[in-house]
Design a binder for this molecule. Sequence first.
Ligand code: AMP
Length: 207
Amino acid sequence: MNIVLLGAPGSGKGTMAQKLTGELNIPQISTGDIFRKNLREETPLGLQVKDILNSGGLVPDEITIEIVRNRLAEADCANGYILDGFPRSIVQAKALDSFQNIDFAINLDVDKQTIVSRLSGRRFCPNCSGTFHVSTLENTTVCPVCGGTLIIRKDDSEETVLERFRVYETTTLPLIEYYKAQGKLVTVDGTGGIDVVYRRIMDVLHK
Ligand code: AMP
């Protein structure tokens, strides 16, 4: 099954993708994680995208599309994958359609107020890419999954969050209509606890 996860920054795409990848046994492909890994390792790509990521803008389509095209050609994607954070523009979606066949686009629907609260309390593990909320961490900075040290993502600062929203609304939101027109859009209420939202997604996939 080839799945695209859509939704605003902080709508829970990464968290849901991580749960889905375990149950469906297909990989999670997160373009954000790929860029952050390159940034940490200071690769040429990492240096190229550093300022863009830190300001909340989008990496140019040509670069992102090529990375995804190569990643999806790897053997572990043969039985399907979950795309988390790609496509983010109509240009990217059209490119994806030219080399892959998408089965579903799942849109996680979350109101703006919930998202701001989620992002401001978000903690990220650079070691296992886990994402957590301070309200569940009991004052620790130790990753509950792998023991790594949790950080606040640079792009979760207030200024960057607002810019990411602006970019989402202008560039990414039109993808909802794009996938609706193809009959592939599934909208899921993304508010509530992780397990509740996850169950909603599984119910839809089982139908
Ligand atoms: P994310 O973890 O999905 O929120 O992505 C973090 C950042 O990586 C974004 O704010 C963008 O700067 C960049 N990025 C991730 N995915 C894409 C994409 N599909 N196109 C362009 N830039 C992206």
